[in-house]
Write a protein that binds this ligand. Structure first.
Ligand SMILES: [Zn+2]
Length: 246
């Protein structure tokens, strides 16, 4: 057996047997992996706090032929603020579930891990509304997954000048001349479009540095709702719970 140190975040955890846990980790080195945490449910286990969702840090694991076993952990951020904020916690669970759905083992998931970390930090900040954090996360996750909508020019003719609508079905802007047969075109404010352009081009570290008017927040919600319906064919449990809390 081979011992390695992995940097990552706990996405989910489930009890196994009497005292153990199975943990899903998103790691810098090996993408999304599943690992056993032996004895993690014994009250005096050093792994008790380390294998909870949101915990981020270094995990020392044994790499077996077919599975990983967590030996110890050095957690640098528990995102403990989320424990006293039910709505915030469910936004957080939604981001974890979303990331788990989008990532794979032995795939380079460093961008998604970075996005997740910055998103949880933004969620614990009082300066950005949770809804805005959600829309920024969703749009950037689509970009990381190679599904960025076209927000700079008409998807059909490339025009950058003519008034345009946003079509989730067509995957971006459609100009006034190409608008025929685009039934789902939504007129959006320039500021909403600018926000989307910023989210798509900004570095992950700089994503959560702006806020928007209520009108822009509403429009972003509408656009992201349509995009999620089309691009993400999955109902997230945490999102369903979150919606009952809002
Ligand atoms: Zn066009």
């Amino acid at each position: 057996m081979n011992q390695v140190v992995l940097t990552g975040m706990v996405l989910s955890t489930a009890p196994v047997g009497e005292y153990d846990r199975r943990v899903v980790l998103l790691t810098k080195e090996h993408g999304k992996i599943s690992a056993f945490a032996r004895g993690a449910r014994r009250p005096n286990s050093p792994l008790v706090g380390a294998v909870n969702p949101f915990a981020f840090g270094e995990f020392t694991v044994y790499e077996g032929r077919t599975s990983y076993t967590i030996q110890s952990a050095n957690i640098s951020n528990y995102f403990a603020e989320l424990r006293s904020d039910v709505t915030g916690a469910y936004y957080g669970f939604y981001f974890l579930e979303f990331a788990a759905y989008y990532t794979k083992e032995n795939n380079d998931e460093r961008e998604m891990l970075k996005l997740l970390y910055q998103t949880l930090r933004a969620l614990t900040s009082p300066h950005i509304p949770d809804r805005l954090v959600r829309y920024i996360f969703e749009l950037k996750a689509l970009c990381i997954n190679g599904q960025a909508p076209q927000v700079f020019q008409c998807v059909k003719c490339g025009d950058r000048e003519r008034p345009a609508v946003f079509s989730a079905l067509k995957g971006g802007l459609v100009c006034s001349r190409c608008r025929e047969n685009v039934p789902d075109g939504i007129v959006i404010d320039k500021s909403t479009l600018y926000s989307m352009q910023y989210i798509e081009t900004s570095k992950i570290e700089k994503l959560y540095t702006f806020t928007v008017s209520d009108k822009v927040l509403e429009e972003l919600g509408k656009v992201m709702g349509r995009l999620m319906d089309i691009y993400v064919d999955k109902k997230f449990n945490s999102l369903e719970i979150l919606e009952t809390l809002l």
